[in-house]
Design a protein around this ligand. Structure first.
Ligand SMILES: *[C@@H]1O[C@H](CO)[C@@H](O)[C@H](O)[C@H]1NC(C)=O
Length: 251
């Protein structure tokens, strides 16, 4: 009984610490959302981001009719921050080898099964695909929906998909996506959402793995989902191919 009590206390303390650490950034995000619901501010902020950003990156587009500040959106933001904070994936460290399910034959496999010897493996927890087949392999890992039709609904989402209740729902939803990215291996996260948790991948995120390690870790999406960083990493890599001692390339 005492052992149980101690374990519960440790768990409660850990939760409290996580909440305390996350609270300031969550409140910042909430204020930002509230401000962005004033359309004049939203237009200005997005215009500025577009000016400063790289043209290759997917633009943040939110139509005027979509409100950002809501219970569902804040819940999703909290969830994303929490996953990011507790993720196991860190630059330069071993890549979590979580279980995924292959689209098509529904075979269970693991992330690192897709890595081929020394070739970089792009781990894409998003839907913008850039082909780099000459020097890298890539897989799209479809995780929980960022904008489920029964959660933080968005009319800007290409499809209206409810929260996945079972693996079949998730596979069906991924199937829709697969049609959009022909020629790219698509896998789905397990229903325990273990890849999303290990990589802090919600809403979307980019990674590059090589020889079992994380050699590029993008920021939390959508703001941090930058195809331009991926492109830069790969072009550096292409240049340094003759010097295989470089394991981590900072961009
Ligand atoms: C995984 O995500 C789905 C939403 O797609 C959710 O319904 C489910 O409860 C999550 N599973 C766990 C173990 O948190």
């Amino acid at each position: 009984l005492i052992h149980c009590l101690i374990m519960n206390t440790i768990k409660a303390v850990k939760n409290a610490i996580v909440c305390l650490v996350l609270l300031p950034r969550f409140l910042m995000a909430a204020v930002m959302f509230w401000l962005l619901d004033f359309l004049c501010i939203r237009k200005r902020v997005f215009f500025r981001m577009e000016q400063e950003g790289d043209a290759i990156d997917p633009p943040l587009c939110i139509s005027d009719s979509n409100r950002l500040f809501s219970v569902e959106s804040l819940k999703a933001v909290w969830h994303g921050h929490k996953l990011d904070f507790l993720k196991a994936a860190h630059l330069g460290h071993g890549a979590p080898n979580t279980e995924v399910v292959q689209l098509g034959d529904q075979r269970r496999s693991r992330i690192l099964d897709y890595a081929k010897e020394k070739r970089p493996l792009i781990l894409n927890f998003g839907s913008f695909v850039q082909q780099n087949a000459d020097i890298a392999d890539s897989i799209v890992v479809y995780i929980e929906e960022a904008h489920p039709s029964d959660g933080w609904m968005s009319t800007d989402a290409p499809y209206q998909i409810p929260k996945h209740q079972c693996l079949e729902d998730r596979l069906n939803a991924a199937q829709l996506m697969h049609l959009e990215v022909p020629g790219c291996q698509v896998v789905v996260d397990s229903m325990e959402n273990s890849s999303s948790a290990a990589y802090g991948a919600f809403f979307d995120r980019l990674y590059i793995l090589q020889e079992g390690r994380i050699v590029y870790q993008g920021d939390r999406g959508p703001e941090g989902y930058r195809i331009s960083e991926l492109r830069d990493w790969l072009s550096h890599y292409r240049q340094r191919m003759e010097k295989p001692s470089d394991l981590v390339i900072h961009v």
